[in-house]
Design a protein around this ligand. Sequence first.
Ligand SMILES: Cc1cc2nc3c(=O)[nH]c(=O)nc-3n(C[C@H](O)[C@H](O)[C@H](O)COP(=O)(O)OP(=O)(O)OC[C@H]3O[C@@H](n4cnc5c(N)ncnc54)[C@H](O)[C@@H]3O)c2cc1C
Length: 393
Amino acid sequence: MDFEFSEDERQFLREVDQFLEENRNPKVMDVTRENMAQICDTPERRAFMRMLAAKGWLGISWPKDCGGQDGSGFYEYLLNEKLSAVGAPQIGKGVGIVGKTLIRVGSEKLKREFLPQILAGTVEFAVGYSEPSAGSDSAAMRLKAERRGDGWVLNGQKSFTTSAHFADWYWVGARTDFQAPKHHGITLFLVRMDDPGLTITPMYTMGNERTNGVFFDNVFVHDDYRVGELNKGFQYIAEALDIERFTMFTFSPIRGRVELLCNHVRDAKRDGKAMKDDPVIRQKVAQLATECEVARLLGVRFVVAACDAAKTPTVQASEYKLYATELSRRLADATMDIVGPGAQLALATEDAPLKGRAESCYTYTVIDTIGGGSSEIQKNIIAKRKFDLPKNF
Ligand SMILES: Cc1cc2nc3c(=O)[nH]c(=O)nc-3n(C[C@H](O)[C@H](O)[C@H](O)COP(=O)(O)OP(=O)(O)OC[C@H]3O[C@@H](n4cnc5c(N)ncnc54)[C@H](O)[C@@H]3O)c2cc1C
């Protein structure tokens, strides 16, 4: 067993480091947006995505006949970790969720239309599963799709669609059969985000980032834009969620937050005494740093398993997501305690300790334990799939 990266992997990491150094731009790289830094919501960030495309870094693990390189998904993992470490947008949604699902189940028309755009970094997607009464239980979604002529008419509502206000296309699940058991009556569609029947309203998170409510009023979708088989949408969504649980919650920002705290402890004073001399604080930091290493290894274990297996390893995805995002929250709590009352000062406040990051991590890391399936849902998945215990939903 070898825990070290290979020479090729190290060479790739050096190349990515050099690229990031040469293209340093605060409008593109902003760690203070915490996990929301991954989205591609400004012209500068979209231009950056096209630069990643020009490097050949989108679709590394896609098959060659789909424009990819038949490479190992490990390189995509390494790339995303490097990108998230500097707060740059990441490659998860288009390349992973949409691209990989289209490659598996999409029609030739959809592949021809969307795969080249994803590879070129010229298209952005919003993902619409959640609804006001269908969050954790996304199979309960009720957005209605009714057959009309050569297509479908969609009516209803989605909630928490993160990228709806800037995306080009909506990757959306809708109910096509109200009589079938809930997991078997859902179909996936691709809908143009500028369709006049869509109304998009902002929903702001505790971390002050925008997600959206989306309302459908007689939105017509041609059957050509149905993804995969009728009523199989939930199966595709569940498989894509396993990818999301891993790719959307990278490890590097957690390590960055541990380093931030360590640097503060190294330099700060409390009641006139150096913080680094306080044994309780030292122990706390050491404990968190150790847990951080556990999160990293759970991540690597998932990627190694995912690269070897035909199917994404569900349990490992949930174990990583649960552990990493809950650790992130514990780390944010500890940072608040250790830094003291000044930790409540927000980003951009003059003289705020840690430049306000303690506050932004505290409000933001809660969100990571909810998006992509809450911690309770991850525990349910592990209990059911790893130990075959009964499920409660
Ligand atoms: C910042 C952010 C961005 C998001 N972006 C998107 C997006 O782009 N697209 C999208 O489709 N969705 C998105 N979501 C939605 C996200 O997937 C849901 O919020 C999440 O699945 C939880 O659903 P809910 O908010 O309806 O909470 P609920 O499902 O109502 O859950 C409420 C509480 O009950 C617990 N709970 C629920 N069911 C069970 C159970 N069976 N057992 C034990 N506990 C349970 C939950 O853990 C939670 O603590 C986003 C959410 C956030 C916060």
